[in-house]
Each structure stands twice: as structure tokens, then as C-alpha cells.
Design a protein around this ligand. Structure first.
Ligand code: GDP
Length: 187
């Protein structure tokens, strides 16, 4: 999978055979996950400064499928105007992007779903777009707390625990699973 372009609007995205998009709040670990899935160190920028990734980044697979990295929603909360712009962009993308097959919703495994995550899930259910919840930073949850956390996170997202893929870019937990989900959809 290789980086193709950055865009500021979804209508700038090229045609695609099949598409997967990633959403999540800023700092959830979206860039780190993309890099781990692609087996690269700096394909997507990993930062310690939340809220900077405002561009839509597009990656292409050798099969002609695309992976779209949507801007993290933390930055959208900065101002009401930005937030409305972000919501318009996401809703437009969900409802109008015909190529879209699956949304990967990243939820921070340490803090669980935020209000914005829950709003995102509500939007996805309303738009009837297929989604897969990915919990990040599993290594940061104490092993003794993992089972409880797994149940709580799933319950708060209103899905079965078996429907959530837990990942860690430190231990590579779940990375192969995410890769196979992407490959299955973009085959
Ligand atoms: P983004 O804003 O969603 O793209 O988030 P980043 O990928 O930039 O990650 C935010 C911070 O979380 C960075 O400091 C990463 O190193 C850290 N991080 C991301 N994934 C993991 C993980 O699986 N384990 C640990 N321990 N830290 C992670």
C-alpha cells in the first residue's frame, strides 16, 4: 500500500475500485496503526501534537483499492465553525462516496469511546455504512484489566466484544487481523 495524495475535500478524491476509510479522534493512534499495517515507519505522520492532521490522506493498494485516512475529529472541536465543516465533510463522504465499503472506527483502548466517537457511530448507523471498531493501544491497558475493558468498551459502543479488534502498535497485537480485513475488502 502506498501513499498517493492529500486532499482537503472529499470531492477531490480519485475514483476507486473499493475503499476503506479510517476515522477516530486525534491522538487515537490512527497514523501509528496505518504505519504498522503498511509495515512502514513513517508513511502516515505519527505525532505527539494532537489535532494537526487535517488533510484527507489517500493510500492505494496494488489491487486498485484505496484506504482513506480522514482527519481526526479532535481538531474539529477547536471551534464551532471547524466542527460544522468537519461534520459536513464526513456526512457528505459517508452518504456520497459510492466506492466506500467499510469504515474502520478507531477507539482509544485506554480511555474508551468519547462522546465524539459515539456520535460518529450513531452517524454510521444512520448512514447504513458498514463499520468495524478497532480499539487501539492495547499494550497500555494492564493485562489484569483487559477482559473487563474489552467488555466495557464494546458495551459502550453497543456491539458484542467479539466484534471489536484490539490492536497495539507496540506489540503488533491485532495488526495482522486489520491487514486481513483491509485485504478482504480491497481484494
Ligand atoms: P493520530 O493523531 O490518531 O494519528 O495518533 P498517532 O498515531 O499520532 O498516535 C498518538 C500517540 O499515541 C503517539 O504518541 C503514538 O506513539 C501513541 N500510540 C499510538 N498507538 C499506540 C499503541 O498501540 N501503543 C502505545 N503504547 N502507544 C501508541
Amino acid at each position: 500500500m502506498s501513499f498517493v495524495l492529500s486532499a482537503t475535500h472529499v470531492d477531490q478524491l480519485p475514483e476507486s475500485k473499493a475503499e476503506i476509510a479510517l476515522v477516530g479522534r486525534s491522538n487515537v493512534g490512527k497514523s501509528a496503526l496505518l504505519n504498522a499495517v503498511c509495515n512502514r515507519k513513517s508513511l502516515a505522520r505519527v505525532s505527539n501534537t494532537p489535532g494537526r492532521t487535517q488533510l484527507i490522506n489517500l493510500f492505494q493498494t496494488p489491487t486498485g483499492g484505496t484506504v482513506v485516512d480522514l482527519p481526526g475529529y479532535g481538531y474539529a472541536a477547536v471551534s464551532g465553525k471547524l466542527k460544522r465543516g468537519w461534520e459536513k465533510m464526513i456526512v457528505g463522504y459517508l452518504n456520497e462516496r459510492e466506492e466506500l465499503d467499510l469504515i474502520l472506527v478507531l477507539v482509544d483502548g485506554v480511555i474508551g469511546p468519547t462522546d465524539l466517537d459515539l456520535m460518529m457511530l450513531e452517524q454510521l448507523r444512520a448512514s447504513e455504512v458498514d463499520f468495524q471498531i478497532i480499539a487501539t493501544k492495547q499494550d497500555k491497558v494492564k493485562p489484569s484489566q483487559r477482559e473487563t475493558r474489552k467488555r466495557d468498551l464494546a458495551k459502550n459502543c453497543e456491539v458484542d466484544p467479539s466484534e471489536v479488534v484490539w490492536t497495539s502498535t507496540s506489540t503488533n497485537e491485532g495488526i495482522e487481523k486489520v491487514r486481513s480485513i483491509i485485504n478482504r475488502v480491497l481484494k
